[in-house]
Write a protein that binds this ligand. Structure first.
Ligand SMILES: NC(=O)c1ccc[n+]([C@@H]2O[C@H](COP(=O)([O-])OP(=O)(O)OC[C@H]3O[C@@H](n4cnc5c(N)ncnc54)[C@H](O)[C@@H]3O)[C@@H](O)[C@H]2O)c1
Length: 272
């Protein structure tokens, strides 16, 4: 068995939500560079055009679909168009998501009133839950009938280390939305295993992307996260290429209901 064969995604039809930026774009890079036929789905039409152009310049077979993952009819149109183009769908990365704002502590360990539960707004709660959690339900409702009809497929959700631990520097609303995602991965993996549909998650620690206004690009904002991880660095989107290829390929053919944590050891606890 060669690595080339085991991790092969050549010709697979792949859709990625939130693909115009950050982690979703990194998944698209890994898929397109290895011969998959990739559909990028995103709310931001301009960023989507740039992302599609960049991947095509590198020789990828790539298409863009504008859609809002919180609006089932908009999302359905995007998937219908992707499925119509190739007559099938093999791998779905359910990735779009947003920040919920700051946590209850600042980077220097003081209380942050903006993150205190009594100061959080219901509007933010509803927006974050809709974008990060309900969107997973919306996407599965659309793609599962197609995957069942084909006899199987892969669903790969972007969860977070927040799915399985409490947070101080990250919004409690965000962590709650990702806990729901972690639960859905196990629940739907169980339900769909019989149909050959594998449901897994990639659960990154902090990743330098545009989320939350791109705050991790700032050295001072990134420092407490770097201190907290035993490897003393946060992720770059490209750190997720390997997990994406593993979960999209035959290398993971008996893996379901799992969350692959990519966090430089952050969930293990602090170290020197
Ligand atoms: N960056 C991190 O530290 C980190 C860590 C763990 C998990 N995540 C998760 O990774 C996923 C991707 O985030 P990212 O960090 O790459 O952020 P990002 O902001 O760089 O990219 C998110 C993309 O999703 C799109 N998007 C947002 N709302 C949408 C909607 N309603 N419909 C369609 N597209 C929408 C945005 O336009 C953007 O292109 C999210 O689910 C996020 O929660 C991020």
């Amino acid at each position: 068995m060669t690595i080339k064969k085991l991790f092969d995604v050549t010709g697979r039809v792949v859709a990625i939500t939130g693909a115009a930026s950050g982690i979703g774009f990194a998944y698209a890079e890994a898929m397109a560079a290895n011969g998959a036929r990739v559909h990028l789905i995103d709310l931001d039409a301009q960023a989507l055009d740039h992302a599609v152009d960049a991947l095509r310049r590198d020789g990828g077979e790539v298409h863009g679909e504008v859609a809002d993952v919180t609006r089932p009819e908009s999302l359905r149109r995007a998937f219908d168009s992707a499925i119509a183009r190739h007559g099938r769908m093999d791998v779905v990365f359910v990735n779009a998501g947003i920040s919920g704002g700051p946590g209850f502590l600042t980077g220097s360990g003081e209380r942050n009133p903006a993150g205190a539960v009594e100061n959080l707004s219901l509007d933010v709660w509803e927006r974050v839950m809709a974008t990060n959690a309900t969107s997973v339900f919306n996407t599965l409702q659309i793609v599962v009938p197609q995957l069942k009809m084909q006899g199987g497929g892969r669903i790969i959700v972007t969860s977070s280390i927040s799915a399985s631990k409490t947070e101080t520097l990250v919004s409690s609303i965000y962590a709650t939305s990702k806990a729901a995602v972690g639960y859905m991965v196990r629940q739907y993996a169980h339900e769909l295993a019989k149909f050959g549909i594998l449901v897994n998650a990639i659960a990154p620690g902090p990743v330098i992307t545009n989320i939350g206004g791109g705050r991790l690009r700032d050295d001072a904002a990134r420092a407490p996260f770097e201190r907290a991880a035993p490897m003393h660095r946060v992720c770059n989107p490209s750190d997720l290429h390997g997990a994406a290829l593993f979960l999209a390929s035959d290398a993971s053919s008996l893996v379901t209901g799992q969350q692959i944590i990519v966090d430089g050891g952050a969930t293990l606890g602090p170290a020197d």
